[in-house]
Design a protein around this ligand. Structure first.
Ligand SMILES: [Cu+2]
Length: 177
């Protein structure tokens, strides 16, 4: 096997080399100037001045970022306005109720198992994996997805669960509008 280096790799290499040069120069300049004596008081005062402001900035940024993003978290809405699809896994089948929804539906897959651990993996009509959650006996795990495209979605088991694990697949239909 041979590796091929394209434009991006070379660009990244050049950027790293330049950065290394900049840092080396900065260290050198500081080392040369280190001869001048700066008093402890000065270092202490500037350090604490910076530290207080840095902490205040981090607190403000943290509060703002958490405040803005919190309500967009899927589980913060509590599943309100979602169509619940009950998913049950077992050796060696998947049962989905209902087995179809219409396109654009905001779905909450409520996933559990009747025997051992299974892995609920959902593929869109193009065969791209769009979501996955564990199916566990005694637990109900939630997977929130908006299925905007009509077609047949495939479900495959993602957890080795026994001899017929590889046959454990099913489908889910999303109808037009
Ligand atoms: Cu399996």
């Amino acid at each position: 096997m041979s590796l091929h280096y394209g434009g991006p790799q070379i660009a990244i290499g050049v950027v790293f080399a330049l950065l290394a040069l900049v840092f080396a120069t900065a260290f050198l300049v500081i080392a040369v100037q280190a001869g001048s004596d700066v008093g402890f008081e000065r270092v202490h005062d500037v350090g604490y001045w910076l530290r207080r402001r840095w902490l205040a900035l981090l607190v403000v940024v943290g509060v703002v970022v958490v405040g803005i993003s919190l309500f967009d978290l899927p589980y913060a809405s509590g599943g309100a306005g979602r169509t619940v699809v009950k998913v049950t896994g077992g050796q060696f089948f998947w049962s989905l109720q209902p087995a179809q929804v219409s396109a654009g539906t905001r779905v909450r897959f409520d996933v559990t198992s009747v025997d051992v651990n299974h892995g609920f993996g959902l593929y869109d009509p193009h065969g791209h994996l769009i979501g996955s959650v564990q199916a566990m006996p005694g637990y109900h795990n939630k997977l929130d997805l908006t299925l905007s495209e009509a077609g047949v979605y495939w479900i495959r088991c993602f957890e080795y669960c026994g001899l017929n694990h590889s046959t454990m697949e099913s489908s889910f239909k999303v109808t037009r509008g």
